[in-house]
Structure formats: C-alpha cells, structure tokens
Design a protein around this ligand. Structure first.
Ligand SMILES: Cc1cc2nc3c(=O)[nH]c(=O)nc-3n(C[C@H](O)[C@H](O)[C@H](O)COP(=O)(O)O)c2cc1C
Length: 314
C-alpha cells in the first residue's frame, strides 16, 4: 500500500506475526524511469524472513518489460502488475485501474511481461472492471491465455474506489474458473471468517491491506483460527503499545519536519486503526495537531486491559 506498507512496516508486523509474503508499494514505470530507490532499498534490505513481491504500475509496454527484466536481478519472489489502483493521479495517466478500460492494451502488456518474466512468478492484481464488472470474465480469459502464474482479485470496480463492500461472490467465481491460484482481497477484518474462507473455497490465499494496518495481529489470529485454537485478542494496552510503535516508526521520516508533520504522517495509519475502535477515537485522532492531543485520545480509549477485536462495526 502506497505510503503505508514499506520495510519498516513489514518489520513492525513481525512483532505480532508476519504475513506469509509482502508486496511492495507500486513501482511507477514510464519511459526512462528507474525502480524507486526507497522501494529498491526495501527489497534489498528485507530482513523479515518473508518473501517480497515487487509490484509495477505503468502502461508503456517496453518500459514495463525493461523494469520487469531488471527487477529479476533483485531478491524478489515475484513481479506483480497493478491493474487496480483507482487514484486519480494514476488513472489519469491510463495506469493501474484505468487499464481495465482497454482490454486489448491489458493483453498487450500481459504478453510482453509473460515473455520477459522468466525467473520468478508473474502475477496480477486486478479489480472487477472499471465502470462495471461486465468484462470481468473477459479479463480472466486474458489471464488464462497469457499464463499468468497467479491472480489477486479485489472485489470492487475501479469506479467504486473504496466505497461499498467488496463482492466476494465475484472473487470466488474467479477462483472457480481460473486454473491458476487466486488470492481474494477486500474488507477482510474478521480472522475467523478469513480462516473459514481459506478452508471452504478454492481460494489459494488472502491479501489483507487496511485490515492488517488496523489489526497487525490478524495474520497470527487467522493461523490460530485455521488450527482450531482460540483467537487471542490484544488488550487495549497492547493496541496502545502498537500505536506508540507507529509513532516511533513514522518519526524516522518525519521528525526533522516538525511535530505537526509527524502527527499528520501517523494519521495515514491511524485512520485505518480508528475504524476498529468505537466511540470518538477516530474523531479525536483526526483532529489532533500535537502529540499531547493525540496521546490523550489514545489513552482515553485504550489504556485498559479490555480486549479489542479491532473489527469495524457494521
Ligand atoms: C492507502 C492505500 C494505498 C494502496 N496502495 C496500493 C498499491 O500500491 N498497490 C496495490 O495493489 N493496491 C494498493 N491499495 C489497495 C489495497 O492493496 C487493497 O486492494 C484494498 O485496500 C482493498 O483491500 P483491504 O480492504 O484489505 O484494504 C492501496 C490501498 C490504500 C487504502
């Protein structure tokens, strides 16, 4: 996730139970571009013990092929093409989710990347379509035809952004129809439901974004549920310790820019966490301008032994 899930965050997740693998923030690809140096460092310095997959986003076919070729000399466990990002800055350039408007272009990119990615698996991360999901089956056919190694489906259209609910029926249909492994993505926050999904469907895996920022215990909890063990919930104080770890982690980049820049940076994480804590926690943290205000809100809601599921209401 852009601006959120970098090596520092993967390391932090390790305190609570790593994921099986991580995906980098997308590497923006265009003529003469190079692999973003921070992302390159994350790949090179990855000491989490977990495989890292490099994600690329672009529309210029020779550039995508060139970058994919180069990435294979780095310690990556795969290369993933972004066919889902809904951000306007990306879509305006016909990149990410905007590519779903033009399936012949998608086909051209898939063919070029399939030919160039030979040393590691080649995967795609897609949404159901751009405006609607009417071409989703055609998109899946392209993935089969171009022998993509695995596919992650986020069960929303690009137009939906992050609104509404992810359409899990569509994700499960994709898992039934494709011959390659399919990973489901969108709104996963309940570890018991997630474990059941892995057990009862043809899905090969789950990708968790916001849910892992909100609840970094989620990977361990899913394993507990899968193994029939009770799911252990963090206490308020443990969540509080996680928030202090985020403060510490974000200080490394933002400290020199002053307190308010640092507070704002931490909100990239807190906005997701706040959705799992009821009451006015989110309201208070969003309005905090200083660490004194921020920490007062944290303590009011979390300085207690009560367990937190961190599952958003509704
Ligand atoms: C702040 C933010 C940044 C994201 N950056 C990326 C990205 O770089 N690449 C990508 O494939 N998806 C990105 N996503 C989408 C997530 O990977 C995921 O598909 C989406 O949030 C739905 O899953 P979730 O409900 O588990 O978060 C981003 C989402 C958010 C909210």
């Amino acid at each position: 996730m852009q601006d959120v899930t970098d090596l520092r965050f993967w390391r932090l997740l390790g305190r609570y139970g790593h994921a099986d693998a991580y995906v980098t923030e997308y590497i923006r690809v265009y003529p003469h571009s190079r692999v973003d140096k921070d992302i390159r460092q994350d790949i090179l310095l990855n000491d989490t013990g977990c495989p890292v997959i490099a994600q690329i986003a672009g529309e210029d076919v020779p550039s995508l092929a060139r970058i994919a070729e180069g990435l294979q000399s780095l310690p990556v466990a795969g290369i993933d093409l972004n066919l889902g990002c809904p951000a306007q800055v990306v879509c305006r350039k016909h990149v990410g989710g905007a590519l779903l408007k033009d399936l012949s272009k998608v086909d051209e990119i898939l063919a070029a990347l399939r030919a160039r990615i030979t040393k590691v698996p080649f995967s795609v991360k897609c949404r159901l379509g751009y405006e609607t999901a009417s071409d989703f089956e055609k998109l899946l056919e392209l993935f089969s035809r171009r022998r993509v190694d695995w596919v992650t489906v986020h069960g929303r259209t690009v137009r939906q952004g992050y609104g509404g609910r992810a359409d899990w029926d569509a994700i499960l249909r994709a898992a039934e129809s494709l011959n390659c492994p399919v990973v489901g993505n969108g709104d996963i926050s309940d570890p018991v439901q997630a474990a059941r999904m892995l057990e009862e469907t043809r899905l090969s895996g789950l990708m968790i974004g916001r849910g892992a920022v909100r609840n970094p215990w989620i990977f361990r909890q899913i394993r507990q549920a899968r193994d029939g063990e009770p799911v252990t919930l963090p206490t308020g104080r443990e969540v509080l310790t996680y928030l202090y770890a985020i403060k510490e982690m974000t200080s490394i980049v933002e400290h020199s820019r002053g307190e308010s820049a640092h507070v704002e940076r931490s909100k990239k994480f807190l906005n997701f966490i706040g959705a799992g804590i009821s009451g006015e926690f989110l309201y208070r943290t969003r309005r905090a301008r200083t660490w004194t205000e921020m920490e007062a809100a944290w303590k009011q809601y979390l300085d207690m032994e009560r367990p937190y599921s961190l599952i958003p209401e509704g």
